[in-house]
Design a protein around this ligand. Sequence first.
Ligand code: ADP
Ligand code: ZN
Length: 523
Amino acid sequence: MIMLPLETSLKQYFGYDQFRPGQKDVIQAVCNQQDVLVVMPTGGGKSLCYQLPALLKPGLAVVVSPLIALMQDQVESLQKNGIAATFLNSSLNPNEARSRRLSILQGNIKLLYLAPEKLVSSGAKKFLQAVSEKQGLSLFAVDEAHCISEWGHDFRPEYRQLETLRQQFPEVPTIALTATATEQVRGDIIRQLKLKPPKIQITSFDRPNLYYEVQPKQRQHYNQLFKFIRHQNGSGIVYCLSRRRVEEVAFRLEKDGISALPYHAGMTDGNRRDYQTRFLRDDVQVMVATIAFGMGIDKPDIRFVAHYDLPRNLENYYQEAGRAGRDNEPAQCLLLFGAKDIHTIEYLISQKEEEKSQRLARQQLRKMIDYAEGTDCRRTIQLSYFGEHFAGNCGNCDNCLNPKPIEDWTVEAQKFLSCVARCRERFGMSHIIDILRGSKNKKIEKNGHHLLSTYGIGKEKTTEEWRNLARSLLHQNLITETTDGYRVLKLNQRSWEILRHKRTVYIAVVKSASEKSVSSANL
Ligand code: ADP
Ligand code: ZN
């Protein structure tokens, strides 16, 4: 095996700079031929845990995945990244299937996706035997592994047959992955798949020792930053969006008696290395940096991370803020948030070439703004971004320590959700709010939505109040939003409970219309 640092391969194959929590340990274990059970929230990055080892190890990796549609998507997106992946399932005609099998036997493929019922057929077994003798099998990955358990929510009997594979190829490591595993399901997966004493990786994305705070930018927001840093004892990072701002802030901090150095991609390698070493050695307290800084640096006792500008998305924010407090001691994360930043990022997005990547970037920006403006527990919002449910009241974020007044908005939520239902779950937040407030815009008339019974039933609340409700519904997972860039609202099981009067909705209310949201910009 090639002994490059795993981060190098991560960057090379996937373009990411850092592993998410849990990924690296799992990848190392699989590369060392150990069986692994991975429990990670949806969206947490489970696929990478077998995709990267599949690329690093010799031979073919076999991925079992229950959904044919999903399989095709995954394979296509891997191929787009230049990764040799393919799938075999019942949707292919015999010729196509034959040519794919040939390509595998010629050693051109690193990852093969299979439906479970296919995998255990006698033809497939013979085929895998041939592959195993020719170039070897690198691993088995069992996605949605809870399907093997009757205790899970999605039992699939075919999964039970997978153990015969284990018997056929006992030396090939198996990695089982799932987002939902109770103790019982977990045990079932290990037993049914006959995992040899596996590494069990259960990853929550919560970082309980980090305090999260968002402050609206005042006119002199440098002073806000200065005040924040003056009260800190240990070292920290200040993130800015541009090189110029990095230089500027570092200079001012120095002038105000706080030792600080700049760090950005425009500096020479030598300079950067030198500054980084000084920071690691605590010769300097603050690194003022663009996002170029921090990837792969290992300083566990960073006590604060301040964002002087808005990050482009919550993923970056989570990673950057997450560089604080790796030693699990308390640390503080401050985000300064101003309307101007939105326009800067929007401008950057408009420079992207592809329409689709612009759309996705806008949606991500929207989620970032929702976080910054959100009244829910900051942890709840961050973790819901990764598909992890967190009950709130963490006691360690600004919204939990200084809660806005909580009110029962069940009736309003019912109005909102029934409007989503009336629009057949095909529209986004702004449009729903326009209908509720009885707006006269063209899009409403074109769709005949002025004729809906929910048209104009929400006039007594401002747009911002409705937005706050909608945001809160999203953050509390009481409604779902599509993630393909179009941000269409969809009802989920919990939405229906609200509509059926089986669930109450509490939200933290925003102040009156005069304290207007900075993000009314129609993203
Ligand atoms: P899961 O299977 O756990 O639901 P996925 O494997 O589909 O999640 O990953 C969710 C998203 O996170 C994907 O868009 C993936 O590309 C992205 N992702 C995974 N690992 C990383 C990483 N280390 N850095 C940034 N993005 C990542
Ligand atoms: Zn909180």
